[in-house]
Design a protein. Structure first.
Length: 343
């Protein structure tokens, strides 16, 4: 079996497993589990140590966000700088000391926790545990899918510089943006921005393909949601269709490696938007609201990466500040994934 087909089956199976867990349990913000699955599936888990490192990073990220808001309640002047430093340099530290998947889980955990509790402080502990459960589900399901559909070889790491200032800037800027225009989709906006900045690193040349891929993924997700809703919101059909669609996007990334960044970004955005079905009394408003949040987060993440890298280069500071991730061309996720791409 060719690697593009194997990759499509691997992702489709992982998505189906993850959805089977978070769906029946009605986990809040289920898109976190699907997004984490999409981002992790291209990074092999070759040992028990790596597996437990991913679990620990998911827990640490969620608890780190909870700690920020616990130690600085109702104090934005203190919690926002802490969020900036922890999201940026904390993620870079995890990437350097552990593996890329652990850094992804840590970043999503802290971003989702801070975003949720920033607006609704009373939700901090229950939603923090729910977010942690979603990330742990993805961390468990992706190695299972990798065991059924193994990678052809152990990936060879190649440099992908991780920019801590870009991640921190994206986290804070998206928090401010969501506060101003999208208060009902705080978590989606912040997580989209952080994962986008995380995947870009110092590769400014990827901004165009990833942004275009994000727009295409948004459009595809709207079509998918309309089609799923017209079929009566049948859960079995919906889960199978979601797995098939994400698998096809992954196949396209493997089949056309030159356009893999755009495909992977489209898949990540699709994973976020495809997990919300319209309520009969609200029609498509909820889905369109999420689409706006996703695009806002995507644009914020791209702008943060572009701005910080230009500032670093103009100051003659090395672009990669503290971490290395797999780069395009390795075996291995978003927003980069073919042979090690991140998102």
């Amino acid at each position: 079996m060719s690697e593009p087909k194997r990759g499509a089956l691997r992702l489709g199976f992982a998505v189906f497993l993850t959805a089977l867990v978070v769906g029946p349990l009605h986990v809040p913000q289920p898109f976190l589990a699907l997004l984490a699955t999409q981002l992790l599936i291209g990074i092999p888990c070759h040992s028990a140590g790596v597996f437990f490192s991913r679990l620990a990073s998911a827990v640490a990220g969620s608890l780190g966000g909870l700690a920020i808001l616990t130690f600085a309640p109702n104090s934005p002047w203190l919690s926002i700088p802490l969020f900036f430093a922890t999201a940026g340099w904390g993620t870079a530290f995890v990437a350097r000391r552990r593996d890329p998947a652990s850094a992804i889980l840590f970043a999503i955990g802290i971003a989702s926790m801070v975003a949720e509790s920033f607006v609704y402080p009373e939700r901090d502990l229950p939603f923090g545990l729910a977010h942690m459960a979603a990330l742990l589900t993805a961390a468990v399901c992706t190695p299972i899918a990798g065991w059924f559909f193994p990678f052809p070889e152990k990936p060879k790491s190649s440099p992908h510089e991780l920019s801590a200032p870009a991640i921190g800037t994206a986290a804070v800027a998206s928090l401010v943006c969501a506060s101003a225009i999208l208060p009902t989709e705080f978590t989606v906006t912040v997580v989209a921005a952080v994962t986008t900045a995380l995947s870009l690193g110092g590769g400014l040349g990827l901004i165009g393909p990833k942004f275009l891929g994000g727009l295409l993924g948004s459009a595809a997700a709207v079509v998918f949601v309309i089609a799923a809703s017209s079929m009566g919101n049948d859960m079995a059909t919906y889960l199978l269709s979601l797995a098939v669609c994400l698998g096809l996007i992954e196949w396209g990334a493997g089949r056309f490696p030159a356009h893999a960044p755009a495909f992977r970004q489209a898949g990540a955005i699709f994973a976020v938007m495809g997990t919300i079905l319209p309520e009969p009394e609200r029609h498509m408003w909820g889905s369109l609201e999420r689409m706006c949040a996703v695009i806002a987060g995507l644009a914020t993440g791209c702008a943060a990466a572009w701005f910080t890298q230009l500032r670093l280069r103009s100051a003659d500071v090395p672009v990669g500040t503290t971490g290395r991730l797999p780069a395009d061309g390795d075996v291995g996720v978003p927003l980069g994934k073919r042979r090690g791409e991140w998102i």
